[in-house]
Design a protein around this ligand. Structure first.
Ligand code: NAD
Ligand code: ZN
Length: 352
């Protein structure tokens, strides 16, 4: 039986970010103690965050134009190590969406584990405990603040650092930090939560606690997407959805979306929506609901995205999709290769 680990502490509510100072104070051991802040680039020069930054702290505004890349993460780790040698920070703080939170996870792991980010893509490859880390989501849906993975793309694959040490030690959920999120991005990232719940609930291995997390998360995210909820509900939905997904697994949409991200560079949320839109034969009612949500918020998905894509790129997308054995087994059972064939994936992709 699996022995599940979850985030041990959270603070939730408007103004929760102000608790960061107290939380960090308890970690400082000397006047030289320092923290590493990984903050989404959106917040640079905006004065929107009240953070207890000290002169010796390292503040990195993470470029999230592209989703987390192994080379970029390696360069950030080198930067921190060059500045402080073998002295470790007391905390790594990830402030932003799934991208910034995952970059912070990887850095906290790589500061105590030798080698490069790509060495740890896979399941339970991390050997040493990571530096203490705190997540501060500023956009909600991925659930990265709650999961045991840090998704990253290397030269050959988009695959997470999936380990016990990827789980945050502390989460601070402050719905006020979401006020500046543009409408489209809000929907794409919230839909990630919706899709996590739908896919995981259909999976083959769910205990009752996991099912409870996912059902409540789906109820809350649905409220928000059907305009009956607020940012706090969405933050809770993302967190519960992340816990549920970490204990279960995703299904068909995520593997298909990984091909779109890896070959065409689409970000996770939008790639998921584009993929989900073509999966009505598997998720019939939910895809109808997606259409309702897009209409409600007046958001249009990109169309004809395969127009200029060549055969070789399609083949790579098919291969990237079919690499995801665990989610596809979760969705279709052990004989998934006979059902979800390369031709089937190609047909789905060509409709986009
Ligand atoms: P993101 O972190 O990539 O951010 C999307 C955009 O929103 C960026 O341009 C960012 O600058 C902007 N942004 C963030 N906060 C903002 C704010 N408050 N106001 C205005 N703009 C803001 O988006 P995401 O959807 O949260 O994360 C996607 C990433 O998360 C992908 O890399 C995906 O693979 C990963 N992911 C990780 C997990 C996990 O369990 N670790 C799960 C799902 C997805
Ligand atoms: Zn996702």
């Amino acid at each position: 039986m699996k022995n599940f680990k979850i985030v041990p502490r959270y603070v939730l509510g408007r103004g929760a970010i102000l608790e960061l100072e107290n939380i960090l104070k308890q970690k400082y051991v000397s006047a030289n103690s320092f923290s590493v802040y990984i903050i989404d680039i959106f917040f640079k020069d905006k004065n929107l965050l009240q953070l207890p930054i000290k002169s010796q702290d390292i503040v990195i505004y993470a470029d999230t134009k592209d989703e987390p890349q192994a080379d970029y993460i390696n360069s950030l780790v080198d930067f921190v190590k060059n500045k402080f040698g073998s002295n470790l920070p007391v905390a790594v703080i990830g402030i932003g969406g799934g991208s910034a939170m995952d970059i912070a996870k990887c850095i906290s792991i790589l500061l105590t584990n030798p080698g490069k980010a790509e060495d740890y893509q896979g399941w339970d490859l991390v050997k040493n405990p990571a530096v203490y880390k705190i997540a501060v989501p500023t956009i909600a849906g991925t659930g990265a603040e709650a999961t045991r993975t840090a998704v990253l793309t290397s030269k050959i694959q988009k695959l997470g650092m999936n380990s016990e040490y990827s789980i945050y030690d502390q989460v601070i959920m402050d719905p006020d930090l979401m006020k500046t999120v543009p409408k489209e991005q809000f929907i794409y990232t919230a839909m990630d939560c919706y899709i996590h719940c739908v896919e995981s609930l259909r999976g083959s291995a769910l205990d009752e606690l996991t099912r409870a997390y996912l059902e409540k998360a789906l109820e809350l995210v649905r409220d928000v997407l059907l305009r009956k909820g607020n940012e706090e509900k969405l933050m809770v939905a993302a967190y519960l959805g992340g816990m549920g997904m970490a204990n279960a697994n995703v299904g068909i949409c995520h593997p298909v979306s990984y091909g779109l991200s890896l070959i065409l560079g689409y970000h996770h949320g939008i790639a998921n929506c584009v993929a989900f839109n073509q999966l009505g034969e598997y998720y019939t009612e939910e895809v109808k609901e997606l259409h309702q949500i897009l209409k409600n918020f007046d958001v249009k998905l990109p169309e004809d995205i395969m127009k200029n894509v060549n055969d070789e790129q399609i083949d790579k997308m098919v291969a990237a999709t079919l690499k995801n054995e665990k989610p596809l087994t979760n969705a279709f059972g052990p004989n998934w290769r006979e059902i979800f064939t390369p031709e089937k994936v190609k047909q789905i992709l060509l409709r986009m």
